[in-house]
Write a new protein. Structure first.
Lengths: 276, 575
């Protein structure tokens, strides 16, 4: 059980005239044992928040704390502490080394806690993790190419679990997957959360998925958080205009598109607004 | 990959290569022992002889047997080539791979140095190093080796950089794998195949370089001799006895061929034997030829197969029949691998060459798509059929402005003059909701956002007189708000032009709201066809499962999502 806390975080990409603030003064708390959703359009800074928590990008200002311990710095303590946060990537096709058997990829993550397990321990633990994500442990020696997209995503989840994380950041983990497989991965995540008491930051642009998975939610736009709160509250009664627009844009089964345009959308529609 | 290597090894080329390699190795090991004395034996009486039974390649100035000397020189020539290749590959790989993990300022300096060295002609570098290390065999080996380091370093740096940017390397970093660990465990295994091919190519180039250096008198010095030195000695008498010079030449060419051949065996690019392609669709004989009907698209019993990994054919579309009426919006939904895109591409005649297409009827308007189109028909297809793909960044040409890509349609197929086409392009861009069309038209695809690119792509279709717009997952890569803008433009385009739309998506909620009629596909077959408004009351269990497995804004959060049992199986077909 751990709390992940971003305080006044700012991340900048590039230098000089080409510099761009990807995240500007973000405050965000992922409560211990909770699932916090992060929604927003591409380029809104969602993934940058994830990358900052695992040390892939360095913030220019602000802190990221895990149970009060700084994990954004470059000190040895911060480096070790941030391994308790693990990231699951969007694209399962590039998240696994194509030339490394999946078992070896999972075993590699066991180093995160500084362990040097014996071969037998590794095999046992890899088998255990593969079973946990509902894959056949006998396939530990197979290369990623032998798995389908949904199965690969389950392997990457097993890899994240191998690091014995306290916090898992799921960055658009179902958006590269087929809808028919999406459910399998989402169910698995729910199951793991219940069994392992994980704290999860769930990043997605799919509001329906976020609503299904998350307890609380934050909406990001242009590097800032525009609205935050209880999932049901935010999605049923959005206060921010952008959140309202997002909620309105979710396709609803059986609701005609043309009608919706005419009724609710026409006046507010702004062609050139979409940013680059 | 491993079984592919074995397969290549057992191919005719593989067998010849292995046998030739064995012969070469035998020559390297044993030739100096067996023919050494003969190659050194001088016989003044026999000097300068032409080819004969005793001396098949003739003799040299001192009466030594040239064939024996060529064979004996194998060892030195091959070893020198391999030695310098080792220097180039080890040095270059180390430099290139280490450069990728250096801190940015140092990395910039190293890559700049590599680039500077690359700008010197290779021969100049070699000669420069030869001067430093002196005219000797080992000096030449070092010279040739070091002169090649920048080339190899540049290549490995590029290869390694593409690997270090991948998510699996990030994942390794996150769990605390250090630089050395990342290089050994992830980078090297993934750059090895292209590197092996390059090593082989380098070895044969090094062989040639040595021949060159020794020929110039810079390499191997007498009394030692390699093929280059033999060439040098022989070329003076090439008109008297051609074999004296040709002999070592043949040896160099053969060895170079062997080395290159090893390279192509280790490479992963060798293509497997496929049945001869017939890209165009075949109409099965006996099928009735229907007279021009009112439908925009008419397909009956459409079947598409692709060559599988084992050389056989895999049927991806199995007997699909569909018609699209003018102005109608038809959706196809299904999991990946269900054949929905393949069906659409077959209708558009855009399947790749290796696809085998068969159909009783396959027509767009009155154009029979089962036979290659005439040039008039091609022109009509260009104007009346528009296609929008999932990723506009790959389907728009990155090196042409938006305007150029739009005007091309009118200029090529419609014969509209450039100026008129330009004006029309601006109008079209405005009609798809692109603000400041004057400015945007002069921009390149990468300067536009994803939604704008997708609308520009649609604009390309609208430059003609579309009767059908095929939209293949046009909004999957886009955000929900942008998705809506694109769909709205599509909707607007249909209203204005009266074009029919074939809309492919895996998002069943989206399809239900956008289309008139929905076809549900599974494993290459249409399992159900129903009005979009009736999706919620679908009869087929697969359609119901497809509807149920997607969370929506009123899904019960306390229960796990229903799952399609064989979802992974269907997906496997694609993987």
């Amino acid at each position: 059980m751990s709390t992940l806390q971003y305080t006044d975080l700012t991340v900048r990409y590039g230098h000089g005239a080409g510099a761009r603030l990807a995240v500007q003064g973000v405050d965000l708390t992922v409560a211990s044992g909770g699932v916090h959703g992060l929604v927003g359009e591409s380029g809104s800074g969602k993934s940058t928040l994830a990358a900052a928590a695992v040390g892939l990008v360095r913030p220019v200002a602000g802190t990221i704390r895990l149970d009060g311990v700084d994990i954004a710095g470059s000190s040895a303590t911060a480096r070790t502490a941030r391994r308790r946060v693990q990231l699951i990537f969007q694209d399962p096709f590039s998240a696994l080394d194509p030339r490394m058997p999946v078992g070896a990829s999972i075993a590699e993550a066991m180093r995160a806690r500084g362990r040097r397990p014996t071969r037998a321990e590794k095999t046992r633990r890899v088998g255990e993790l593969l079973r946990r994500v509902h894959l056949d442990p006998a396939r530990a020696g197979d290369l990623p190419a032998a798995f389908s997209g949904g199965q690969r995503q389950r392997v990457t989840i097993a890899r994240a679990l191998a690091a014995e994380p306290d916090v898992i950041i799921a960055d658009e983990i179902t958006s590269a997957l087929d809808v028919s497989v999406q459910g399998v991965v989402l169910n698995l995540l729910r199951e793991l959360r219940a069994e392992l008491d994980l704290t999860i930051l769930f990043i997605s642009h799919n509001l329906a998925v976020v609503r299904y998975v998350c307890d609380t939610v934050s909406v990001m736009r242009h590097g800032r958080i525009v609205e935050s709160g209880d999932t049901d509250g935010v999605l049923s009664m959005p206060r921010d205009p952008y959140t309202r627009e997002l909620v309105a844009a979710v396709p609803v089964m059986g609701e005609r598109f043309d009608q919706r345009f005419d009724q609710r959308f026409d006046q507010r529609f702004d062609w050139g607004e979409e940013s680059q | 990959m491993r079984s592919g290597f074995r397969q290549r090894l057992l191919s005719p080329q593989g067998i010849v290569t292995v046998v030739a390699l064995c012969v070469l190795l035998l020559a390297v090991v044993f030739a100096p022992i067996v023919w050494g004395p003969a190659a050194a034996l001088t016989a003044v009486a026999d000097r300068g002889q032409g080819p004969s039974g005793a001396h098949p390649f003739g003799t040299d100035d001192l009466g030594r047997d040239v064939l024996a000397r060529v064979l004996v020189a194998t060892r030195l020539s091959v070893l020198l080539a391999l030695g310098s290749t080792t220097i180039a590959i080890v040095g270059g790989t180390t430099l290139g791979v280490v450069a990728t993990v250096l801190p940015r300022p140092v990395r910039r300096m190293v890559t700049a140095l590599i680039d500077i060295l690359l700008s010197f002609p290779w021969l100049l570098l070699t000669l420069f190093f030869s001067v430093i290390w002196g005219a000797s065999a080992s000096g030449a080996m070092l010279a040739v080796g070091f002169a090649d380091v920048p080339t190899v370093a540049r290549l490995t740096y590029t290869l390694a950089s593409s690997v270090t940017g991948r998510d699996y390397v990030r994942a390794a970093r996150i769990v605390g794998v250090g630089h050395a660990g990342v290089i050994v465990r992830h980078v090297l295994p993934n750059i090895l195949p292209p590197l092996l091919v390059n090593t082989a190519a380098h070895a044969s180039a090094a062989l040639l370089s040595f021949a060159g250096l020794s020929f110039l008198g810079l390499g191997v010095q007498a009394p030692e001799f390699d093929w280059g030195r033999l060439l040098r000695e022989g070329v003076a008498r090439i008109y008297v006895n051609p074999m004296v010079a040709l002999g070592p030449g043949i040896a160099i060419v053969l060895t170079g061929l062997i080395l290159n051949s090893i390279g192509s065996l280790t490479g992963e690019t060798a293509s497997s034997a496929l049945p001869p392609p017939r890209a165009r669709a075949r109409r099965r004989p006996g099928a009735p030829e229907r007279a021009g009907s009112a439908a925009v698209v008419e397909a009956a019993d459409l079947r598409v197969s692709f060559p599988g990994p084992d050389g056989g054919l895999v049927e991806r579309v199995r007997g699909v029949s569909l018609t699209i009426a003018p102005g109608e919006t038809v959706g196809i939904v299904g999991a990946s691998g269900s054949g929905k895109s393949v069906t659409a591409m077959a209708i558009a005649g855009l399947l790749p060459g290796e696809a085998h297409v068969g159909a009783e009827t396959l027509r767009f308007q009155d154009i029979d798509m089962t036979s290659p189109p005439t040039s008039a028909e091609r022109g009509r297809l260009g104007l009346e059929l528009a296609v929008i793909f999932q990723d506009p960044l790959t389907s728009l040409n990155p090196s042409l402005t938006i305007e150029r890509q739009l005007t091309e349609v009118s200029e090529v197929h419609d014969g509209v003059p450039r100026k008129e086409a330009r004006r029309r392009a601006r109008d079209v861009l405005e009609s798809v909701g692109i603000t400041e069309p004057e400015r945007r038209a002069r921009q390149y695809p990468h300067e536009l956002s994803g939604g704008m690119r997708q609308r520009a792509m649609l604009g390309m279709g609208l430059m003609g007189r579309p009767r059908l717009i095929i939209a293949d997952e046009p909004t999957t890569a886009l955000d929900v708000t942008v998705q809506r803008q694109v769909l709205r433009v599509l909707h607007e385009a249909r209203r204005r032009t009266g074009s029919a739309i074939l809309f492919i998506s895996h998002d069943i909620a989206l399809v239900s709201g956008f289309c008139d009629r929905v076809l549900v596909m599974k494993d290459g077959e249409i399992v159900e066809e129903l009005a979009a408004s009736g999706l919620a009351q679908a009869a087929h269990p697969y359609t119901r499962a497809l509807v149920a497995c997607v969370p929506h804004m009123t899904t019960d959060r306390s229960r796990p999502l229903p799952v399609i049992g064989d979802g992974d199986v269907a997906e496997e077909a694609r993987a």
